[in-house]
Design a binder for this molecule. Structure first.
Ligand SMILES: NC(=O)c1ccc[n+]([C@@H]2O[C@H](COP(=O)([O-])OP(=O)(O)OC[C@H]3O[C@@H](n4cnc5c(N)ncnc54)[C@H](OP(=O)(O)O)[C@@H]3O)[C@@H](O)[C@H]2O)c1
Length: 255
């Protein structure tokens, strides 16, 4: 298998951390970049991964996905380290880039809704706009990869079909659920524009993380499995789609 550079945003904790852990356990030959807002939290995560027996090359990249300056700096760092520039200074990736957009937030407005606009703006900025901006910034590197993949971590909450059929109970956060539906459509539109890049959305399931006050039912390591399959399986194994890993197998989530 050709070597990959796999960048996971929000990798310092929760499902993002587990995606790096599970990927590095399955495919230690690849390079793992932990995109984290706080480099201290990132370095702590690296220490923890090493304590868990991870031997892969790990590196922290400071990446607040809502900060354009940090996004540009991260692209530049990764290009310089893992790509080489051609005569027009376009990066030529030496390794295949996999971008896993995992970082996201869920917030609710105050009871009187006085901060409704601010909450929606923050949630949409982190969960939709920033995914588009990060992907766009990494596009030159992705385009030079022979096996470029973008995996957007979504949610069963995003499914319009599950919503209409009543299988999704009322959400804990409307802005969050809407943002994941938009992320799904964003991914479909991206896939139409860049046919050489393999795009997926992944539903990790209801996992025990800080995101839901650790009330989730799944171990986040199990939640990571869908992203692991999509990131390192043979390119033609899974068509571009909305995937989950449940009952020990991959299946498509209804859009
Ligand atoms: N947990 C679930 O049951 C569940 C279910 C379906 C989908 N998901 C999805 O799975 C993904 C991970 O969720 P989780 O449960 O692991 O959440 P989590 O425990 O709250 O972790 C979120 C991660 O995202 C990072 N993050 C938030 N805003 C960021 C920003 N602006 N820039 C960079 N990083 C940022 C956080 O970094 P800091 O430490 O700096 O805050 C943290 O590393 C999300 O996309 C979520 O929507 C989760």
């Amino acid at each position: 298998m050709s070597p990959k550079v796999i960048l996971v945003t929000g990798a310092n904790r929760g499902i993002g951390f587990c995606i790096v852990q599970a990927l590095a356990q399955r495919a230690p030959e690849h390079t793992y970049l932990l995109g984290t807002r706080s480099t201290f939290a990132g370095e702590e995560a690296v220490i923890k991964l090493k304590e868990l027996g991870i031997t892969s090359y790990l590196e922290v990249v400071q990446l607040n996905i809502t900060d354009d300056t940090q996004i540009a700096a991260a692209v530049s760092t990764i290009s310089n380290k893992f790509g080489r520039l051609d005569s027009t200074h376009q990066p030529i990736a030496l390794m295949n880039i996999v971008l896993i957009n995992n970082a996201a937030i869920g917030q609710n407005p105050k009871q009187d809704n006085s901060d409704l606009r601010a909450v929606y703006d923050r949630v949409f900025d982190a969960n939709i706009t920033s995914v588009a901006v990060v992907k766009n910034a990494f596009m030159p590197l992705l385009k030079k990869s022979e096996d470029a993949r973008v995996i957007n971590i979504s949610s069963g909450r995003a499914s319009v079909s599950l919503q209409i059929s009543g299988q999704n109970p009322p959400t804990a956060s409307i802005s969050y659920s809407i943002s994941k539906t938009a992320l799904n459509i964003l991914t479909l539109e991206m896939a139409k524009l860049e046919k050489d890049v393999l795009y997926h959305v992944a539903s990790p399931g209801y996992c025990k993380t800080a995101f839901n006050g650790f009330r989730g039912l799944k171990d986040p390591l199990d939640g990571a499995k869908v992203a692991v399959e999509l990131a390192v399986s043979e390119r033609n194994k899974y068509r571009s789609g909305f995937w989950q890993f449940e009952n020990e197998e991959m299946s498509e989530v209804p859009w």
